[in-house]
Write a protein that binds this ligand. Structure first.
Ligand code: MF3
Ligand code: CO
Ligand code: CO
Length: 329
């Protein structure tokens, strides 16, 4: 399938509800405008230059007094945590998650045009240490920084560098904190200055996709319910859902073996259980859902250069739904 066909398939049918949420049929609402508008395979807007790698600063130090995860020096995670947590483990996980939520909020407050992503990394690093935590990304499988900063067409795992944020960019900050022997993981996409309407709509729908995914969490239901809820919301708006990167089980291990796809995979039969902890972190794209990897081995970008937005929470399955752990008190 080429890009044009992919996008045509992502549009609603003539008699389906319009993607804009008006409640009208697509043919009565945006169908004409979509058919007249920019060709689906039009190049990225000319004023937005493709992102290029910048200079990565030397590795930041962590004081010896801060407890570290097993991979902190070797780069190789070993521990394999259990999927279902005890109440005592949940107490510790909540503390790590609350710290991550705080680091994400204060780092997000520093986002503005002219600030380099490296400066945001320095900020997140310092705030994590101040809370007594270790920044989980640092040396995780050799990752060089404490934060992931994913700008515009970067889907995830963007490495902070010397590039200053520009007016009109969107940037996802992904924070993970290791505290009390547990990892808490969350992310959000921030607007830099004046972002065009299309970009704002993408970010808003990505936020809604996370909410829809969380609302689908329920013990006894298959894990595939989560991706089904997310994909149906994204495609209603004409957006793609990235498949190469998934939510994951989390706790004493950063990424356990449970995977949470954000698209609908009906072959996934495993069910959610009370006490399971995992992330939901949909990556939603303006165009194709397909990704490419930069030569740095980390930075995942959309195959068509269009933008991607992401939001993430760490969750625990409760008796009748989900507890969002990555919230501040
Ligand atoms: N926080 C990311 C996630 O949501 C993982 C980052 S791994 C790193 O799963 F090595 F890039 F930091
Ligand atoms: Co995650
Ligand atoms: Co994350």
């Amino acid at each position: 399938m080429n890009e044009t066909e992919l996008l045509a398939r992502a549009r609603p049918g003539r008699n389906d509800p319009c993607w804009c949420g008006s409640g009208q049929k697509y043919k009565k609402c945006h169908l004409d405008e979509d058919s007249r508008g920019a060709a689906p395979d039009a190049p990225a807007r000319p004023h937005r230059r493709p992102l290029r790698p910048g200079v990565v600063s030397p590795r930041r130090a962590v004081p010896a007094t801060i407890p570290r995860p097993d991979y902190a020096s070797s780069g190789r995670p070993k521990a394999q945590g259990r999927d279902v947590k005890t109440p005592e483990e949940l107490v510790r996980l909540r503390r790590a998650c609350r710290a991550a939520a705080r680091v994400l909020r204060v780092t997000g407050e520093a986002v503005r045009a002219g600030v380099t992503t490296d400066a945001l990394d320095e900020f997140a690093h310092a705030e994590t240490l101040r809370l007594g935590g270790y920044p989980s990304p640092l040396n995780y499988r050799g990752y060089p920084k404490s934060l992931c900063t994913s700008v515009n067409e970067v889907i995830c795992h963007g490495i902070p560098d010397s590039r200053p944020l520009e007016d009109g960019d969107i940037v996802n900050l992904d924070v993970t904190v290791y505290l009390d022997g547990m990892h808490g993981d969350c992310s959000a996409t921030f607007l830099v200055g004046q972002v065009d309407g299309e970009g704002r709509r993408l970010v808003q729908v990505a936020r809604e996709c996370l909410a829809k995914g969380i609302a689908a969490v329920r013990p006894g239901r298959p894990i595939s319910d989560i991706g089904r809820a997310i994909e149906s919301h994204a495609s209603r708006h004409g957006y793609g859902v990235v498949r190469s990167y998934c939510g994951h089980g989390i706790g004493e291990t950063f990424h356990t073996t449970i995977q949470i796809p954000h698209h609908y995979d009906p072959s996934l039969r495993r069910t959610m259980e009370k006490g399971m902890t995992f992330t939901v972190e949909p990556m939603i794209t303006e165009g194709t859902w397909q990704d490419l990897l930069w030569d740095d081995g980390w930075t995942a970008v959309t195959a068509d250069g269009k933008r991607s937005a992401q939001f993430e929470h760490t969750l625990a399955v409760t008796d009748d739904g989900a507890e969002i752990l990555t919230l501040e008190e």
